[in-house]
Design a protein around this ligand. Structure first.
Ligand SMILES: NC(=O)c1ccc[n+]([C@@H]2O[C@H](COP(=O)([O-])OP(=O)(O)OC[C@H]3O[C@@H](n4cnc5c(N)ncnc54)[C@H](OP(=O)(O)O)[C@@H]3O)[C@@H](O)[C@H]2O)c1
Length: 165
C-alpha cells in the first residue's frame, strides 16, 4: 500500500477555519478530485461532516472514537491500526484530513501532495510541521494562486526507480 496525503495550506500551514476551508479555488478542487478519484480516502469525522456527504467514486473511510457513529456510504474505523483490517479498493490510499488525522498518519506517509497557497489566510486549524519527514519536493503544477508540490520519502523514490531491492 502507498499511503499518500493531500492538503491545501498557506505558508503558515493554515488549512481550515471554523470547520471549513478559508478559501475557494476551483482549480485546487479539480486537482483534488482528479488525484483522489478511484482511491480510498481516509478522513476525520469532523472533515467528513464539513464535506457533508461521501465523496463520489471513492471508497470513503471515516475515523472516529465514537463506536456508535455511522453514516451512509462510508466505512468507519476507530484507530489508525484498523485501517489495515479494511479491504482497500486501490493500493494507493489518500489521507485527506483534517489536522488531527494528518498528524496521526504523518510518520507513515510515503507521499504528500501540498497545494501551496501563496497568500496568507486567517484560520484556526494548522497542518503539523512536516518538512523533516521528507527529502524535498517536486513541482507538480502551477496556478496563479497556488502551486502543487509533491513531497516524497527518499526511500519511496528509490523503490520506484528500482535502485533498492
Ligand atoms: N486545507 C485542506 O486541505 C483541508 C483538508 C481537510 C480538512 N481541512 C479542514 O480541517 C478542519 C478539520 O480538522 P480537525 O483537525 O478539526 O478535524 P479532523 O481531523 O477532520 O477530525 C477530528 C476527529 O477525528 C477523530 N479522531 C482523531 N484522532 C483519532 C484517533 N486517534 N482515533 C480515532 N478517531 C480519531 C475524532 O472524531 P470523534 O470526535 O468523532 O471521536 C476527532 O474529533 C476543517 O476546518 C476542515 O475544513 C482542510
Amino acid at each position: 500500500m502507498t499511503l499518500a496525503a493531500i492538503v491545501a495550506m498557506t505558508p503558515e500551514r493554515i488549512i481550515g477555519r471554523d470547520n471549513s476551508l478559508p478559501w475557494h479555488f476551483p482549480e485546487d478542487l479539480k486537482f483534488f478530485k482528479r488525484t483522489t478519484s478511484g482511491h480510498p480516502v481516509v478522513m476525520g469525522r469532523k472533515t467528513f461532516e464539513s464535506i457533508g456527504r461521501p465523496l463520489p467514486n471513492r471508497q470513503n473511510i471515516v475515523i472516529t472514537r465514537d463506536s456508535s457513529w455511522s453514516a451512509e456510504g462510508v466505512e468507519t474505523i476507530h484507530s489508525k491500526e484498523e485501517l489495515a483490517e479494511i479491504e482497500l479498493q486501490n493500493q494507493r490510499v489518500f489521507i485527506i484530513g483534517g489536522a488531527e488525522i494528518y498528524s496521526l498518519f504523518l510518520e507513515d506517509l510515503n507521499e504528500l501532495f501540498v497545494s501551496w497557497i501563496y497568500t496568507s489566510y486567517e484560520g484556526n486549524t494548522t497542518f503539523p510541521e512536516f518538512e523533516n519527514f521528507f527529502g524535498g519536493f517536486t513541482l507538480v503544477e502551477s496556478h496563479p494562486e497556488f502551486e502543487v508540490r509533491l513531497y516524497a520519502r527518499p526511500q519511496t523514490i528509490c523503490q520506484e526507480s528500482g535502485e533498492q531491492d
